[in-house]
Design a protein around this ligand. Structure first.
Ligand code: HAS
Length: 545
């Protein structure tokens, strides 16, 4: 790989891993506060720390890692020109400026609005302007990716887009369409409101636009992990991609179904008609299908590879997997975590059960299994080969061993922390709350042991973060020079050829937009028409309703 490309891709990775360290430290402080054995010094507020944690890990770390990974995949499969690289740098710097603006406001205590930042919580205008810049920067990066594919297709008429480039195109499309919602609420509602041009804000509109973005956001995190599962893990285990068409279909289904489902975060919210909640829940169950297809495909790859290596029987395939290779082990633990993580998601999406867990710390447990384990361990698994590949170094056996220890530490820490969160949530403990005895409520005593378990799990996780940051620094600067492989698998020979219609982008985008309009138009008009007094939407520039 050329130096200028590597420098570009690595810049995103540096921001990602610095974020991992800072965000992890904040997580440690939180579990300590919640245990009731520790108070924050110097008047630092719990919600300030919680906002840093959520924004920096949920939004900054993920977005930078994903964009850096997208670029690496595109560079490898369809190439990047010098001009595209320049625009990609522009994207990077717009994002960095935005991130610095946002982070400064949070650190000054002027934006303790949590990573979901919907109204009525209000932050300093610079916080929102910074966020808007991050989104704009990410769009510029996405436009570069589309241009890369477009030019490649022009040079290769009639050929199918390489699988990984196809997947990146879907993920950037998903991100673009979804982030229009957050851009709308930030530009039309929050910036005027925080600047004082508008006196009021329509809370329900802001929450609805946020969740229109917030749910697909989780698939924007998940899909890069799936890219690795479908196309990279088979190579690492010495196998092939089970089916290129199946992989493409599952990504197309994610594009369709990940956006028109935001109401499943608003099931207990008054002001949204129950019929539309029902429809969006039905669509939510549709979005589980491509994940089940992914599970099927992974089992197929494991089994076919195992049998080819001569491991027969019902579970013989299990034995051949390269357990001592951290490039496999870390993502594999991520897959395992997604079994309870995904099941938890289906519980959340079911209206009656949602009433039990909504706003409890169960939800925090759910997303620490999904994003903080499934996605993060896969991202770590990618880093073990991608970072040395980019820096011209080698993943040595000793760093590999350290990676295995890191994976085990993460698994233990997360099982304790997330397990405690799930149980405590079922016992009614709220999420997003500092330590409280709730006026001596009897039920509260049941939570204490779990709060302590959370603190123990969180501390183990923090050790995992230190280890990972150490491994990153080693791979980026100190590992011996060499050529680390960029592992991309080829397809099984007997797989059906991929049908041509997969390249029909107009069709995919058309269906996506139709589904969004179907799921959102009527309820959105309804929300606006029935706004309570004092919350007229979009009242800027009149501003005094
Ligand atoms: Fe979720 C809340 C529903 C997936 C993240 N979710 C959240 C929040 C986050 C989040 C961050 O319906 C909190 C937001 C906030 O701050 O308020 N979620 C779902 C559903 C799914 C789901 C239906 N979530 C995710 C993923 C996330 C994520 C992925 C991040 C990456 N979630 C909800 C709902 C809420 C929610 C409600 C709101 C709750 C409330 O009331 O506030 C589905 O996509 C899940 C489908 C997944 C599966 C699993 C397939 C299994 C696979 C593994 C295969 C394993 C192998 C290994 C191959 C059906 C693919 C096998 C080897 C062996 C040896 C066995």
């Amino acid at each position: 790989i050329g130096k200028p490309e590597a420098r570009l891709y690595m810049s995103f990775m540096y921001v990602a891993f610095i974020s991992l360290f800072v965000g992890g430290l904040m997580g440690l402080l939180q579990v300590f506060v919640r245990s009731g054995k520790f108070t924050l010094p110097w008047g630092i507020d719990y919600y300030q720390v919680l906002t840093v944690h959520g924004v920096i890990l949920g939004l900054v770390l993920t977005t930078y890692f994903i964009i850096g990974f997208h670029f690496s995949l595109m560079g490898k499969t369809v190439g990047i020109s010098q001009k595209q690289r320049k625009v990609a740098w522009l994207a990077f710097w717009i994002m960095v400026i935005g991130t610095i603006m946002t982070a400064t406001m949070i650190l000054l205590g002027k934006a303790s609005v949590l990573y979901t930042f919907y109204a009525p919580l209000k932050a300093h205008p610079i916080f929102y302007i910074g966020l808007a810049l991050v989104v704009v920067g990410s769009w510029v990066a996405g436009f570069v990716n589309w241009r890369q594919v477009y030019l490649w297709k022009k040079d290769h008429p009639g050929e199918k887009t390489p699988l990984l480039a196809f997947m990146v195109t879907i993920n950037t499309l998903l991100w673009f369409i979804a982030s229009l919602g957050v851009a709308a609420t930030v530009l039309i509602q929050f910036i005027p409101w925080s600047l004082g041009y508008a006196e009021t804000i329509n809370v329900l509109v802001s929450r609805t636009l946020f969740w229109y973005f917030g749910h697909p956001l989780v698939y924007f995190w998940l899909l890069p992990a799936y890219m690795a599962w479908y196309a990279i893990i088979p190579k690492i285990i010495g196998g092939k991609i089970f089916s290129d068409s199946l992989a493409r279909l599952s990504f197309v289904l994610f594009l369709f179904f990940s956006i028109p489902v935001g109401f499943h975060h608003q099931l207990v919210e008054p002001g949204i008609d129950a019929t539309w909640k029902f429809i969006q829940v039905a669509l939510t169950f549709m979005v589980a299908i491509p994940s089940l297809m992914t599970a099927f495909s992974m089992f197929a790859t494991f089994e076919i590879t195992g049998r080819r290596k001569g491991f027969g029987g019902l579970f013989g395939w299990f034995k051949h997997l390269p357990w001592k290779d951290v490039r496999f082990l870390a993502p594999f633990v991520g897959m395992l975590a997604f079994i309870p993580g995904g099941a938890g998601g289906l519980i959340n999406a079911s209206h009656q059960m949602n009433a039990v867990i909504h706003n409890t710390i169960w939800v925090t447990g759910h997303f620490h299994l999904t994003v903080a384990t499934t996605v993060m361990l896969t991202f770590f698994g990618i880093s073990y080969w991608l970072i040395p590949h980019l820096t011209g170094r080698k993943l040595t056996p000793s760093i590999n061993k350290l990676g295995i220890i890191q994976t085990i530490v993460w698994t233990i820490g997360m099982s304790i922390m997330s397990g405690a969160m799930h149980i405590q949530g079922l016992l009614g403990a709220p999420r997003r709350s500092a330590y409280s005895e709730y006026a001596g409520g009897e039920q509260v005593t049941e939570w204490i042991g779990y709060q302590l378990a959370q603190a123990i799990g969180g501390t183990i996780l923090f050790i995992g973060i230190i280890l990972m940051v150490y491994i990153f620094v080693k791979l980026a600067f100190f590992a011996p020079k060499g050529d680390e492989e960029f592992p991309i698998a080829s397809e099984e020979e007997n797989a059906e050829p991929t049908p041509k219609f997969f390249e029909n982008w107009k069709l995919w985008i058309g269906i996506t937009i139709a589904l969004i309009l179907f799921a959102y138009t009527i309820p959105f008009v309804d929300i606006i028409q029935n706004s309570p007094p004092g919350s007229v939407p979009f009242d800027w520039p009149i501003g005094n309703n």
